[in-house]
Design a protein around this ligand. Structure first.
Ligand SMILES: *[C@@H]1O[C@H](CO)[C@@H](O)[C@H](O)[C@H]1NC(C)=O
Ligand SMILES: *[C@@H]1O[C@H](CO)[C@@H](O)[C@H](O)[C@H]1NC(C)=O
Ligand SMILES: *[C@@H]1O[C@H](CO)[C@@H](O)[C@H](O)[C@H]1NC(C)=O
Ligand SMILES: *[C@@H]1O[C@H](CO)[C@@H](O)[C@H](O)[C@H]1NC(C)=O
Ligand SMILES: *[C@@H]1O[C@H](CO)[C@@H](O)[C@H](O)[C@H]1NC(C)=O
Ligand SMILES: *[C@@H]1O[C@H](CO)[C@@H](O)[C@H](O)[C@H]1NC(C)=O
Ligand SMILES: *[C@@H]1O[C@H](CO)[C@@H](O)[C@H](O)[C@H]1NC(C)=O
Ligand SMILES: *[C@@H]1O[C@H](CO)[C@@H](O)[C@H](O)[C@H]1NC(C)=O
Ligand SMILES: *[C@@H]1O[C@H](CO)[C@@H](O)[C@H](O)[C@H]1NC(C)=O
Length: 783
């Protein structure tokens, strides 16, 4: 048949102009698929171009059924709290009654700055209770896997290929699913577009970077091979196989350009993530294109994978190779990615492998991941490292689990040995604000190919429809794993019935997530943490009490993220005297918290927390009116994080229908006090008030009942401490202002009232809260 990618033009795609036009950074000039041989396209076609029309349908139907419709452009000028519409929950729950869900995607576009989905503003109950629809509902979904071994063992694989993640029965079903499901259809289109983009690029050029070795190379190659193999299987056009072979040859060091200098270690074993990702890449290509390879090609792929990936991986287990540190009690992304990559590679070649390496590896990786990777999720669902590292850890975990299930019929406990693993989908949802993540600690490497699509696998396995409903509107959903993990019988709105607040109490992180809406990009969002300052795989900061604050479509109090991963001793230790804690971004003074004596917090900190919430849930509508008594608060006694202090307590709460925020600190110390907040806003501070402007919006902060001498000051984001020198220079933080209040030793109550200047909200609409001791806070204490 004719190659699809060669013949597509705009009219066939029915592409519509991007709703935001050429000013939007994600607007794609070219709207057709290019042929592999012609002009390379810088960026694939935005998903969102294709969704304009269905959303319009929803809005129109909404106008008829629900009565109130706000256009997205209009909504820019409304706050979530002041926008009109029916109260959440009042809409009728009748899935699909008013809208042809089968032809619609919810989100209209992505926020151009943060890439999070934008939802149409309508009170129509187009989307209701999250559910998996029964087959009787005329739903297309996956057939049963015919391979159901009674006693699964890791070395006994299914008879047919592919065996990794996407068995043939799934490929067979896919076209009919794509035809009926708008999400699958959109993702399939994007994967084709992306694959076409990669097709035209030269094979990945080897680049060993100081920070992360050849990890970006490895992930790029894996991403490309997945896309090439996917498009081949969807078209039977052998040019995709040839292009995949070129990429494999290149990564084996057999291409036209060198791939590393060391013929004995081309995959950078010392940074084993790289070797593991390339093992996964080779495994997927070997398996998905199995029938297309000649016996010689198979031998070559296997030889290379074993030499550079699997054999070194086995040495990590059997010979205590120095690069195998990740297998010793490492409950973080390294354990998941390394075991996952080795497992995919090993499963792919089982039966063909004459060396025994593959089956030996499986005798180690599965148990090891079960004991470590699976406990990267703590008992409240939080990821042990950071919100950003969640992506890497869960991707490795999900790939490994899915591959074991498809290839051998079991996940061997990887998905349920930790009974609390399922909560991690909620962790991911709640750690996302209306703009971006509560991005505490290190942000990790480039996420160009690592996604949150594990949410689809977890949604099905744990029967949590919200996870899939949340993820399917995200920009990173268009990727081959989604095609096989997404269950198209899922329906509803993830926000329908979802509480606005959630508290994560386990001692490792102890954090809170509170917001005014799940579907308004301008919503108010506060996230704050206490937790332990150690045992996060050295990815955390000394940040007890640290918070972020979003409102009006932007972030007012934010994070610095990663320091320079290549700076000396950055990861060496998390003990009190560790060099890591001498880098500004990791020090306490680089956080939005209280600094005492201009000295770091203690790594022995063991804070306690208290909290409560009105338990407000959003309803079916995307337009949500916050009820009058809706509020939430979270307090911590963080005294144990400080020396020279009798007591340091902090609390934060939402006021006035979640339109204002109060942050209160009760401090008793013999050290100097600095109250600190970092912002990208332009700050005009005067006395006890500060006016922040950013992205055309305004936030006012005022100090309530200020203690004598307390005034705001502003300065660049640089260290106070000149006596503590880091072993290398800090990164600059251009554009960031530190808003601070400095006081001598003493006893203080500092109360900061944050008033986002919501459009249409008069001065008299803001409340002035009473002063209430943290120990006396309750849901009604500030009424
Ligand atoms: C893949 O395609 C999507 C949608 O067209 C695009 O947003 C994304 O940037 C592409 N990804 C890559 C890695 O090119
Ligand atoms: C997948 O997308 C490609 C490119 O848009 C298209 O040609 C193909 O028909 C799609 N596959 C299915 C099964 O719809
Ligand atoms: C590709 O070939 C297989 C095996 O012959 C066949 O079952 C499948 O329908 C073909 N797919 C396409 C898109 O032509
Ligand atoms: C690359 O070349 C080496 C040495 O000839 C060979 O052992 C290996 O199988 C080749 N691998 C690939 C993928 O071509
Ligand atoms: C690897 O290290 C462990 C713990 O130190 C030790 O018990 C084991 O014997 C070592 N194994 C090999 C093969 O050296
Ligand atoms: C891993 O942790 C367990 C339980 O805490 C401990 O018994 C074991 O010695 C640790 N192993 C290594 C290699 O550190
Ligand atoms: C799972 O979480 C519950 C509390 O939510 C806790 O009691 C239990 O110990 C946790 N289990 C594990 C294995 O962490
Ligand atoms: C400033 O903006 C950058 C880019 O969006 C962001 O990464 C960073 O977290 C922001 N910093 C603060 C302190 O908000
Ligand atoms: C939360 O508030 C409700 C309503 O006032 C109250 O009944 C409940 O005891 C409070 N819970 C906590 C943990 O304070």
């Amino acid at each position: 048949m004719a190659a699809n990618y060669n013949s597509i033009n705009n009219s066939q795609q029915g592409l519509q102009p991007h709703p935001y036009g050429a000013g939007d950074p994600y607007y794609a000039e070219s709207t057709g698929y290019i042929t592999p041989q012609t002009t390379p396209q810088k960026r694939g076609i935005s998903n969102w171009i294709k969704i304009g029309v269905p959303v319009l349908i929803i809005v129109i139907v909404g106008a008829v059924v629900g009565g109130v419709v706000g256009s997205r452009a209009g909504n820019k000028n409304e706050s979530s709290a002041s926008s009109g519409g029916s109260a959440g929950g009042s809409a009728a729950h009748s899935p699909g009654a008013s809208v042809d869900l089968a032809n619609a995607r919810f989100a209209t576009a992505t926020d151009s700055k943060y890439m999070l989905p934008l939802y149409p503003s309508t009170t129509a109950a187009a989307f209701t209770t999250p559910t998996f629809r029964p087959a009787s509902d005329n739903v297309v979904t996956w057939p049963q896997d015919p391979f159901t071994p009674a006693n699964p063992v890791p070395t006994s694989v299914r008879p047919d290929r592919p065996r990794l993640i996407a068995p043939s029965y799934k490929w067979d079903a896919l076209p009919s699913l794509i035809a009926k499901d708008p999400y699958l259809k959109g993702w399939n289109d994007s994967i084709f577009a992306n694959a076409t983009d990669y097709f035209n690029k030269p094979p990945e050029v080897y680049f060993l970077d100081d920070d992360s070795g050849i990890l970006d190379n490895a992930r790029e190659i894996k991403m490309r091979l997945k896309a090439f193999a996917y498009v081949y299987r969807m078209t039977n056009d052998s040019r995709w196989v040839d292009r995949a072979w070129t990429e494999l040859q290149n990564a084996a060091g057999n291409g036209t350009a060198p791939f590393g200098n060391d013929p004995n270690d081309r995959w950078n074993n010392q940074h084993f993530l790289d070797s593991a990702e390339l093992s996964a890449a080779f495994g997927i290509a070997y398996d998905w294109l199995y029938d297309m390879w000649t016996p010689d090609q198979r031998d070559m792929i296997r030889t290379t994978m074993i030499r550079y990936g699997l054999q070194p991986g086995l040495s990590a287990y059997t010979d205590n190779a120095s690069f195998g540190w990740w297998r010793n009690n490492i409950t973080g992304n390294w354990n998941c990615v390394c075991n996952g990559g080795l497992t995919l590679g090993a499963l792919a070649i089982l039966g063909d492998d004459t060396t025994g390496v593959a089956s030996q590896l499986l005798s180690f990786t599965i148990d090891n991941a079960k004991n470590n990777c699976a406990f990267g999720v703590t008992e409240d669902g939080s990821w042990t490292e950071t919100a950003n590292y969640w992506y890497f850890g869960t991707t490795g975990h999900a790939e490994m689990s899915a591959a074991l299930i498809s290839a051998t019929g079991s996940h061997y406990g990887l998905l349920d040995t930790n009974p609390n693993f399922s909560k991690t989908g909620f962790y991911h949802m709640y750690v996302n604000g209306p703009g971006t993540l509560f991005d505490y600690g290190d942000h990790g490497p480039n996420k160009f190919s690592t996604t949150a699509n594990s949410m689809f696998l977890y949604s099905s396995f744990y029967q949590q429809p919200q996870f899939a409903l949340f993820q399917r509107d995200q920009h990173d959903a268009a990727e081959p794993w989604s095609m096989f993990w997404y269950d198209p019988s899922v329906a509803g709105a993830f926000w329908d019935g979802l509480p606005l607040d959630r508290f994560f109490d386990f001692g490792a992180d102890q954090w809170a997530s509170m917001r005014s809406s799940w579907t308004d990009e301008n919503a108010l969002f506060v996230a704050i943490k206490a937790g332990s300052n150690v045992n996060h795989q050295t990815h955390n900061d000394l940040d007890v009490g640290d918070f972020v604050l979003d409102a009006l479509g932007t972030r007012w109090a934010g994070e610095f993220g990663s320091g320079d991963y290549n700076s000396p001793n950055y990861f060496a230790s998390d003990s009190q005297d560790a060099d890591r804690w001498k880098y500004y971004r990791k020090m306490t003074e680089g956080q939005n918290t209280v600094l005492i004596d201009r000295t770091n917090q203690l790594v022995t900190a063991a804070p306690t927390v208290n909290h409560n919430s009105s338990g407000t849930v959003q309803g079916a509508s995307t337009v949500f009116t916050v009820p009058d008594d809706s509020t939430a608060y979270w307090t911590t006694d963080m005294s144990s994080a400080y020396s020279n202090s009798q007591s340091i307590k902090r609390g934060i709460r939402l006021l006035n229908k979640r339109r204002q925020v109060l942050l209160r600190d009760e401090i008793s110390t013999s050290g100097t006090v600095d109250w600190l907040m970092h912002t990208n806003a332009t700050v005009a501070a005067s006395g006890t008030s500060a006016t922040l402007t950013l992205d055309g919006q305004t936030m006012k902060i005022s100090m309530m009942n200020p203690p004598g001498g307390a005034t705001f000051t502003t300065g660049p984001a640089v260290r106070y401490s000149t006596d503590v020198k880091p072993p290398a220079n800090d990164q600059p933080n251009p554009g960031v202002t530190t808003l601070s209040v400095t006081l001598p030793a003493g006893q203080y109550t500092l109360e900061m009232l944050f008033n986002p200047q919501w459009p249409g909200m008069k001065d008299s609409d803001f409340v002035t809260p009473p002063s209430v001791a943290l120990d006396s806070w309750s849901l009604s204490s500030h009424n």
